[in-house]
Design a protein around this ligand. Structure first.
Ligand code: GLV
Ligand code: MN
Ligand code: MN
Ligand code: MN
Length: 428
C-alpha cells in the first residue's frame, strides 16, 4: 500500500483540463487540412512542428528527451531505482487525412499531463516513468501501420525495408523523408530495437473510437485484447484505351477488376458469419483517371481485421482466390497481391489490467472490460512489455473523421486513471 491508494486525501490530485484542452487545440493547428479536420502526415512540415511542440512540453515537464533514428520520442522521469526496467506510456500524434484532434493525441498530451499531475501531487517514482510519442502509428504515408512501435518491438524485415525499398506515393524514399525531418542520421534502424528488459509495463490512454462506453454510460474502458489487423495492396493491369472506340467485348478494364474485388472483400468478410470480422477498401485508384479512358491500371488497398486471427486469415485467402479468378475471367493482369502486414492480436497483461482496474476503483469511476477493434502501438509494445490500455468515451464513437470529440471531463478521468496506474506500476 502506498500513498496513492488514497488519492482523495491528496488535495492537488486534479487534472489541469484547461491547459490540456488548450494543448489539444494548439496541436490540432499543425494540420494540412482546414479545421475542424486534422491531417498530419509523417515527416511533413506540420508533423515536424508538432514534434517540436511535444518535445518542448516534455522539457517543460522536466523530462529528459531522447529521439531514435525514426523519430520515436521518449521523455523520461528518472525514478529512485533508475537501473530497473521503467514503466512507459504513450501514443501517436500523426493523423490520417481529414481526421480529428483526439485520436492518439489524448494518449500523448494526456500522458504528459499525467506526469505533471503525479509531480504536483508529490509522487516520487521508484521505477523511471517514460512518455513515448510513437512515429507513424497511421499507415498514411508509407502504408506501414505502427511503424515506430513495430520497429521498437524488433521487426528486422521492417528495418531492412526502411533502409532499402520503402517509398511513398510521390516516390520519396523513407530514408529521404526521415532525413528531411532530421532523423535517420546513421540509417541503422536496428538501433531502434528495444530490449525486452526496457520496460516492466506499457500503458496507452486512447479514445475508444467506438460507441460502447458512451452508450453504456461508462467512464473508463479497460482493454483486454487488441484485434488482429491486416492490410493488402493489389494492382491490376489492362490494355486501357478509348472510352468510345473500344467495344465492350474487347475490353479488359482494370478498374472493373478492382471494383469487383472490392465487392468480393465485403462478400468474404460477411461469409465469415461473425460480426467481429470486418473488411474495408479505403483506397481505390484508377489510372489514368480520365472520364474517357478505360482504366489501364488499378490499385486498391484492403484493410481486414478480426478478434480471431485464423478466421481473418481465411478471409485473406478467399480475397486472394477472388483476385486471381477475377483477373482470369476479365483478362486483366494481377500485377501485385502484397500482404503488407498480417499481425496477430495482442492480449493485455493481467497485472497491468489489475493496476488499471484498481486505479478506477480508487477514483470511484465505472469501468468496463472491452476489446479494441482499432489497432494501436500497444499491439507491438505487447511484444516487448506487459501491456494495458485505458479507453475513454468519445462522442457517438466517432473517429477518423473531423467530428471526433472527447469531453475535457472524460479526458481528465482517463488522465487520472493513467496517472494512478503509472504510480502503481512504478512502485512495484
Ligand atoms: C488505427 O488508426 C486503426 O486504423 O485502427
Ligand atoms: Mn487512428
Ligand atoms: Mn490512434
Ligand atoms: Mn501497389
Amino acid at each position: 500500500s502506498h500513498p496513492f491508494d488514497e488519492v482523495h486525501s491528496i488535495p492537488s490530485f486534479a487534472v489541469d483540463s484547461l491547459r490540456l484542452q488548450k494543448q489539444i487545440d494548439e496541436l490540432s493547428t499543425f494540420s494540412d487540412s482546414p479545421a475542424p479536420s486534422v491531417t498530419r502526415i509523417l515527416y511533413s512540415d506540420n508533423d515536424v512542428m508538432a514534434r517540436r511542440y511535444i518535445k518542448n512540453l516534455m522539457g517543460l515537464t522536466g523530462l529528459s528527451v531522447r529521439e531514435d533514428a525514426v523519430g520515436n520520442i521518449f521523455g523520461r522521469w528518472e525514478g529512485s531505482e533508475p537501473e530497473v526496467p521503467a514503466v512507459s506510456t504513450g501514443s501517436h500524434i500523426d493523423a490520417i487525412p481529414y481526421s480529428g484532434k483526439y485520436d492518439g493525441v489524448v494518449g500523448v498530451l494526456g500522458a504528459i499531463e499525467a506526469i505533471n499531475l503525479l509531480k504536483r501531487s508529490g509522487f516520487k517514482p521508484k521505477r523511471s516513468l517514460e512518455v513515448i510519442m510513437f512515429t507513424s502509428e497511421e499507415p498514411t504515408r508509407y502504408g506501414i501501420s505502427c511503424l515506430g512501435s513495430r520497429l521498437l518491438a524488433g521487426s528486422v524485415s521492417l528495418a531492412k525495408a526502411l533502409r532499402q525499398t520503402v517509398v511513398d506515393n510521390a516516390n520519396i524514399s523513407f530514408l529521404d523523408a526521415a532525413k528531411y525531418a532530421g532523423y535517420a542520421k546513421n540509417e541503422e534502424f536496428s538501433d531502434v530495437f528495444l530490449s525486452k528488459k526496457s520496460y516492466s509495463a506499457f500503458v496507452e490512454l486512447h479514445i475508444e473510437q467506438g460507441p460502447i462506453l458512451e452508450n453504456e454510460g461508462m467512464s473508463i474502458g479497460i482493454v483486454t485484447a487488441i484485434a488482429a489487423p491486416a492490410s493488402i495492396k493489389v494492382d491490376f493491369g489492362g490494355n486501357g484505351g478509348h472510352a468510345g472506340a473500344v467495344l465492350m467485348p474487347q475490353r479488359n478494364d482494370a478498374g472493373l477488376a478492382a471494383a469487383e474485388l472490392a465487392l468480393a472483400v465485403e462478400k468474404h468478410v460477411l461469409e465469415s458469419g461473425s460480426i467481429d470480422t470486418v473488411g474495408t477498401v479505403g483506397i481505390l485508384e484508377v489510372h489514368p483517371g480520365a472520364i474517357n479512358s478505360i482504366p489501364s491500371k488499378s490499385h486498391i488497398q484492403i484493410d481486414t481485421r478480426d478478434i480471431d486471427e485464423k478466421r481473418r486469415n481465411v478471409v485473406i485467402e478467399r480475397i486472394h482466390e477472388s483476385a486471381v479468378s477475377i483477373s482470369k475471367r476479365r483478362g486483366v493482369e494481377l500485377l501485385e497481391f502484397n500482404i503488407v502486414n498480417q499481425d496477430p492480436p495482442a492480449l493485455s497483461d493481467e497485472f497491468v489490467i489489475n493496476a488499471m482496474e484498481s486505479a478506477t476503483q480508487v477514483l470511484g469511476l465505472s469501468n468496463k472490460k472491452m476489446i479494441s477493434r482499432a489497432y494501436h502501438d500497444s499491439l507491438f509494445m505487447a511484444r516487448i512489455a506487459p501491456m494495458g490500455m485505458i479507453f475513454i468515451p468519445c462522442y457517438k464513437g466517432y473517429s477518423h473523421k473531423p467530428e471526433e470529440y472527447a469531453s475535457p471531463e472524460d479526458i481528465a478521468k482517463g488522465v487520472k486513471v493513467l496517472a494512478l496506474t503509472l504510480a502503481k506500476l512504478s512502485s512495484n
